[in-house]
Design a binder for this molecule. Structure first.
Ligand code: SF4
Length: 435
């Protein structure tokens, strides 16, 4: 049946309840009218391309559960799509809400179409990565139309959200040279757009032809994820002029998208000291009028390569508690290599911990119920119930089984000195045998 609305935002503004809104309201225990209000004003986005038929829709934004994204995809040095499909399966099994295909080698269409025809989670891409390999031509030979055509290709293939680095312009070139950042631009997409502007002398096509891009996104209901090309790549560059100047432009572009009923998310930092994260969230909320904030990390120290799933989980929890709605996971392989399947798992678990801890702190409905169930199971020393509540029951169970206790009701940490066991026995008037 032909739908009588262009985007979820268009529908919400016209009081039309879409199947996607109904699904999201149910998942989030939210009144449908409240959700429509948030979608209509842009504080919630429901990335749902009309061509992604098997999608299980999610909402991203204010008053909703914090969502997490998993990046994957092949590169020139690691081009095995079977391994990527293993990562996809792991991501879905471990509760990822979105997957971004960042493939940067070979013909990327078959994998992308496989994702949007078989995978129920939101699918995102960064079309500028694909532009170079799609045409198999060097960056400086690409035209603005070439970049737009790849955005349309990804939209046609069912991608729910696209990261577009529309926020840097030729003015940014002077900014970067003038402010001598310690790490300049670390965004892969941002650096490609910056390099293209430098080599061609032209304006950023994603900025210059923004209206054309909005029409493509409106046609397929693709959500624009406004990329932060100037996200800080080290603590020294955090919250600097380049980052904030770009954020101001992203706020303007958010307003223009909403005028065309196009849904928007705004991407955020990066490497940020813990004491600056809350302020970054507040500034974004004001400048971007409450548009959902999609942050990478933030990573709270630069000195933990191999453990950046932990540094980003710390920052992600603080960011989400202060308003970020969407966390891009970071794996132990960050800054080092393309993540393998185990890295992907560690990254997902770490960012899910950050998101969940923030949801409890934000008072998201029902968020803490599972923690209370875990508390009950632990008091009852009911290990099966504990696995049911665990984020990663497999790992938890294998640790206990690896060093199994003498007495089944305890664990080998304390054995018969188990405080829970003693208290349960004491409170029920039983004798407590320790030796
Ligand atoms: S043995 Fe110690 S660590 Fe294990 S359940 Fe009992 S109190 Fe907890």
């Amino acid at each position: 049946m032909e739908r009588n609305y262009a985007t979820q935002m268009d529908a919400a503004r016209r009081g039309i309840v879409t199947p996607e809104m109904e699904a999201v309201a149910k998942k989030e225990y939210m009144d449908i009218n409240k959700l429509m209000e948030l979608v209509a004003c842009g504080k919630v986005a429901i990335p749902a391309n009309v061509n992604h038929k098997c999608l299980s829709p999610e909402g991203i934004g204010s008053m909703l559960r914090t969502k997490i994204n998993v990046n994957l995809g092949v590169s020139r040095d690691c081009k095995d799509y079977d391994i990527e499909m293993q990562k996809v399966q792991s991501a879905v099994d471990l509760g990822a809400d979105a997957i971004m295909d960042l493939s940067s080698h070979g013909d990327t269409s078959p994998f992308r179409r496989k994702l949007t025809s078989e995978c129920p989670v939101m699918i995102g891409t960064v079309p500028v990565y694909d532009s170079v390999i799609h045409y198999q031509r060097d960056l400086d030979t690409l035209t603005a139309q070439d970049f737009l055509d790849v955005v349309r290709l990804h939209a046609e293939e069912g991608v729910d959200f696209v990261t577009l680095h529309c926020g840097i312009t030729r003015k940014t070139i002077e900014q970067i040279k003038k402010h001598k950042r310690k790490m300049n631009i670390v965004s892969r997409g941002g650096s490609l757009v910056f390099a293209w502007m430098c080599m061609t002398g032209n304006e950023n096509p994603f900025y210059e032809y923004y209206d054309e891009i909005l029409e493509i996104c409106r046609e397929y209901d693709v959500t624009i994820s406004l990329g932060d090309a100037c996200r800080p790549g080290c603590l020294a560059d955090a919250t600097d002029v380049c980052q904030i100047e770009e954020l101001v432009r992203l706020g303007e572009l958010t307003k223009r998208a909403w005028e065309r009923d196009v849904q928007v998310m705004v991407e955020g930092p990066g490497h940020v000291p813990m004491n600056q994260i809350a302020a970054n969230m507040e500034v974004q909320k004001t400048i971007c009028m409450g548009a959902p904030f999609y942050v990478l990390g933030p990573i709270v120290t630069d000195i933990a390569p191999g453990y950046d799933h932990i540094t980003s989980a710390i920052g992600g929890a603080i960011a989400a508690m202060n308003g970020a709605s969407f966390l891009c996971y970071v794996t132990p392989a960050e800054h080092l290599a393309l993540p393998n399947v185990e890295d992907v798992k560690q990254g997902i678990i770490a960012s899910r911990i950050a998101a969940h801890a923030a949801d409890i702190a934000k008072g998201i409905p029902h968020a803490r119920e599972i923690d209370d169930r875990m508390g009950d199971a632990r008091r009852a020393l009911d290990w099966e119930k504990q696995w049911e509540c665990a984020l990663d029951p497999e790992t938890a169970k294998s640790i206990r089984d690896d060093r199994s206790p003498e007495h089944d009701d305890t664990c080998s940490m304390c054995g018969k000195f188990c405080a829970v066991r003693s208290m349960n026995k004491a409170l029920s008037g039983e004798h407590i045998d320790i030796l």
